[in-house]
Design a binder for this molecule. Sequence first.
Ligand SMILES: C[S@@+](CC[C@H](N)C(=O)[O-])C[C@H]1O[C@@H](n2cnc3c(N)ncnc32)[C@H](O)[C@@H]1O
Length: 243
Amino acid sequence: MDEIINAPKSMIHGDEMILLNRTYIDSFISTPESLTFIEIGSQRGTGSTSRLSAYAKALGLHFITVDADADNSSSAAEIVSRVDRSFEAHHALGEVYLSSYPHDNIAICYLDAFDLVTDWPHKESTINSYKKRNAEFSNQAAYEMHLKASEAIVRKVIPGGFICFDDVWKDANGIWQGKGKTAIPYLLSQGYDVICYMQNSLLLQRTDGLDEEKRKKVASYRPPMSIWLKYLKRRLASVFSKS
Ligand SMILES: C[S@@+](CC[C@H](N)C(=O)[O-])C[C@H]1O[C@@H](n2cnc3c(N)ncnc32)[C@H](O)[C@@H]1O
């Protein structure tokens, strides 16, 4: 393990970021039956795979979740098959899976994989999972993994489609930090725009290739009050818990 970074306390998780902006997201998905929702980093206790696969089902998208850890992947397989028997869970490196993913039909991709080494201690089982597959557990490796995943899907996400990151934040100088440290600047240089950012998650949208009317819709979008309320409630709770 190398550097340990100080991560700010997360107020909004990536899967909440997607679900709280769902009315906006839904409005860009017109042919869900031919599109997919891919989650890289299956749930490990907090329930993202259950919630996001249920959302995909409701919207009519095909759902795929991918994880590098065999145990996590097999429990993800049980979760998704209960939602829809055609939904898939793969035991693979997310960046490798996405590189060989053959279709340009991704409506939403949730990138929440290779863990960061922060001042919040990891469980022994998490550290062992990296050791077991001989992966160097470092922040540099986390940045590279999320960058490779982003490079793989930059044009496989449909125009108007979304990429969401968890565990990302802006530092005091406005520089992106966390899992998307190098992936976010890359995507912003490739026709993606910030739709919603709240400590510690970010929703990006592919806006190149959109017509004038859709571009206007992007430019005028404001995240719903519900996400602000959730954020403020948690922020206040964290301030009071310190005092
Ligand atoms: C933070 S957890 C995911 C949490 C989940 N998205 C949730 O919100 O409940 C990160 C997961 O990424 C997995 N992972 C680590 N490196 C990976 C890689 N290169 N490809 C795919 N999954 C990876 C880990 O095994 C772990 O299960």
